[in-house]
Design a protein around this ligand. Structure first.
Ligand SMILES: [Zn+2]
Length: 304
C-alpha cells in the first residue's frame, strides 16, 4: 500500500507542471550564451528533438509501469488500480470495523417470495427466511427449494403462528415446530435448520398471557439445548404493524436503523400482505452496498 503511494508520489513530482517550468527556465539560461552560428531554425529543431526524446522516455516509463502492474498478484490488483487515497481510506475503515447486514424475512413463503428471491439474486446477496406453514401459504412452500438452491438460509418460525396455541406451554410450542419441520420436509429434504426465531421475538410479552411469564425463558433454554441459535433483530422495517407503509417508508426505516448498527439484523416480512417490502428491497440493498455492508445469513452470526 505505502509502496504504491510513494510510487505515485515520485511520478507526480517528476511530471509536475512546476518542475517542467523550472526545467524550461533552466534551458533558456543554458541556451542564452550559445554562439550566433545557431540559427533560430536550428534552435527550434533542437527543442523539438528534445521534446520527442522526452515523450519517448515517458512512453517507455508508462509501458514499464503497466508491466509492473501485470506482475502484481491477482489478490492485490483491484486495490492497486484504485487511487491511493481511496485505498488508504478503505483500509482504515476495514481496520476500524466491518459492517455486516443480515436481511431476514418472517412469515413466508408467500406470493411475494419469488420477487424477493429475484431481487436477492440480481444483487448477488444472501438472506434468511424464517418460515411458517399455515393454511394460507402452503401452496408457496415449493419456493423453499429455490430458496435453498440459491444459497439462502431457512430458519424455523412457526407452523400456525397462533400465539394462543404455541405459547400455551412448552410442549405445545415444540409440537408446533415438529409440525412445521414435517411440512418443510418435501421441499427441504434433510436440510438442517440451525436457527429459530420465536414469533413475537424471544422477549415477547404476549406469551405471558397464555403460558405464564417464565415460558420464554424456558423455551429459550430448551431451544439452545436442542442446538438452535435463537435469533432476534436490532433493525425493523415495521412492515407488519398495520397502516400499510409504502415501499419508500419501509426503505427509509431500514436504512435509518442500519445507520446505527455495524452488525444489522433486519426484520422484514414476507407474508401475502407484504408486497411493499418486496418493492422496497432493491432500494435497501443498493444503499447497503453503497455503504460497504457485507451481507450474510444469520446462521453465521457469532454465538455468545
Ligand atoms: Zn412472525
Amino acid at each position: 500500500m505505502y509502496i504504491n503511494i510513494s510510487f505515485f508520489g515520485r511520478k507526480k513530482r517528476h511530471l509536475s507542471p512546476s518542475h517542467s517550468k523550472t526545467y524550461a527556465t533552466a534551458n533558456r539560461r543554458r541556451t542564452a550564451g550559445r554562439p550566433d552560428s545557431f540559427s533560430k531554425h536550428d534552435l527550434l529543431l533542437f527543442k523539438r528533438m528534445r521534446w520527442i526524446t522526452g515523450s519517448l522516455a515517458l512512453t517507455i516509463l508508462l509501458i514499464c509501469t503497466v508491466f509492473s502492474f501485470q506482475k502484481t498478484p491477482a489478490a492485490c490488483r483491484a486495490e492497486d488500480l484504485i487511487p491511493p487515497a481511496a485505498a488508504v481510506a478503505a483500509t482504515d475503515a476495514a481496520a476500524v470495523s466491518e459492517k455486516t447486514v443480515y436481511l431476514t424475512f418472517d412469515d413466508g413463503p408467500s406470493q411475494n417470495t419469488a420477487s424477493i428471491l429475484d431481487t436477492l439474486k440480481e444483487a448477488g446477496v444472501p438472506a434468511t427466511f424464517f418460515v411458517v406453514s399455515a393454511e394460507n401459504n402452503e401452496e408457496f412452500l415449493p419456493l423453499l427449494e429455490r430458496t435453498l438452491a440459491e444459497g439462502h438460509c431457512i430458519g424455523l418460525h412457526s407452523c400456525t403462528h397462533d400465539y394462543r396455541k404455541i405459547y400455551a406451554n412448552t410442549d405445545a410450542f415444540w409440537a408446533d415446530i415438529d409440525a412445521l419441520r414435517e411440512k418443510l420436509q418435501p421441499y427441504c429434504g434433510d436440510a438442517s435448520y440451525p436457527v429459530l426465531r420465536f414469533p413475537g421475538g424471544s422477549s415477547n410479552t404476549v406469551s405471558h398471557k397464555y403460558g405464564g411469564s417464565g415460558l420464554m425463558e424456558e423455551l429459550i433454554r430448551q431451544a439452545r439445548e436442542q442446538g438452535y441459535a435463537v435469533v432476534d433483530w436490532n433493525v425493523t422495517a415495521e412492515d407488519s404493524v398495520g397502516g400499510n407503509p409504502s415501499a419508500a417508508t419501509i426503505a427509509s426505516r431500514v436504512i435509518r436503523g442500519c445507520k446505527e448498527q455495524n452488525t444489522a439484523i433486519v426484520l422484514m416480512h414476507d407474508s401475502s400482505t407484504n408486497q411493499a417490502t418486496a418493492e422496497a428491497l432493491p432500494t435497501i440493498i443498493r444503499w447497503l452496498q453503497e455503504n460497504s455492508y457485507r451481507f450474510d445469513t444469520v446462521d453465521h452470526l457469532p454465538q455468545d
